[in-house]
Design a binder for this molecule. Structure first.
Ligand code: FE2
Length: 315
């Protein structure tokens, strides 16, 4: 760990008080001078990229706190300093608004709704390697971003529910929802089923027409478990989005169409809830998350709360 921090000497590591994991999760980096500037931060990121990437591998999340990052343009400067390729969000499921450069709004679901643990876009064949979050307006109450290490979820579930995990590894997951006839016609902008299928396939979705006029729209099968670099496996899926408090568990099934065991699903959600680090935002915070290794969630909050995000491919 000391070697890693030596590689990022322009930043000062600030051990978080909330947890005592080693390495810290997230690894908090604060300015090394009394007069930090946005330009110096961007230059330090460019200079220390290998050390920061080592931190992203070992900790899974880095929090830059106390730097003068004030708006979307400043955040874009920080994002671009990493030199990664920005992903669009055309195929994603959440409502987001494009802001500037690589920057989008965070999920625009009403703030009182909890968003469960997920790896970003894990239901798609192409997903970001890194997700960056920026807090422009911190909520007065709640609104934490929960983060949890996927390998701890995998280890616990493999120990407690080995058959469930074996099935996930062998069959993968299908994510689906249903659209009524008027809904699919509006969503795909056509009355023609083959045109709708074509548009869906461009968004990595598949369509299954039902006798009652509805269509089942699904992603998958997708892997639900992922192999990490250092020979460990990690939870990598959107199972957590099916929080029992938002009863849509029926929107997941194994890759072969068989149902998932409710007790194991609930146990995985409870484990993530119990082992998360709930990050309480301050304005100017930038959190960089390894999307392969870490799942994130949104706690309900009172308004106002404004988080911006960027989704990035590292290669
Ligand atoms: Fe997300």
């Amino acid at each position: 760990m000391a070697d890693l921090l030596a590689a990022v000497a322009e930043f000062v590591a600030d051990p978080p008080a909330a947890n005592h994991s080693n390495p810290p999760f997230p690894q908090v980096l604060v300015p090394g001078s009394d007069h930090p500037s946005l330009e110096a931060l961007a230059a330090a990121i460019r200079k220390n990229k290998p050390g920061l990437e080592s931190l992203l591998d070992s900790s899974g999340a880095i929090l830059f706190r106390g730097f003068p990052v004030k708006n979307a343009e400043d955040f874009a400067t920080v994002v671009e300093a990493f030199g990664y390729k920005s992903m669009g969000y055309e195929a994603g499921a959440a409502a987001r608004t494009y802001i500037v450069g690589p920057v989008f709004t965070a999920n625009e679901l009403p703030l009182e709704i909890r968003i469960g643990f997920h790896n970003e876009m894990a239901y798609l064949p192409d997903y970001p390697d890194v997700v960056m979050f920026f807090c422009e307006i911190a909520p007065p109450e709640g609104g934490e971003t929960g983060i949890v290490q996927g390998r701890t979820v995998y280890d616990a579930m493999a120990r407690e529910y080995p058959e469930f995990v074996r099935n996930l590894e062998e069959k993968g997951l299908v994510y689906y929802n249903f659209l009524a006839e008027d809904e699919w016609k509006e969503k795909f902008g056509t009355d023609d089923r083959s045109q709708a299928e074509l548009k869906a396939s461009k968004l990595s979705k598949k369509l299954q027409w039902l006798d009652d006029g509805r269509v089942k729209v699904y992603h998958g099968p997708r892997p639900a478990i992922k192999q990490l670099k250092e020979n460990s496996k990690t939870w990598f899926n959107n199972i957590g989005s099916s929080d029992p408090t938002i009863p849509n568990l029926r929107h997941l099934e194994y890759g072969d169409g068989t149902p998932l065991p409710l007790d194991a699903l609930k146990a995985s959600l409870a484990f993530m809830n119990d082992h998360q680090v709930p990050h309480k935002w301050k304005p100017g915070d930038v959190m960089v998350v390894n999307n392969h290794a870490v799942l994130h969630s949104r706690h309900p909050s009172k308004p106002p709360r404004r988080l911006l995000v960027s989704m990035l491919k590292t290669s």
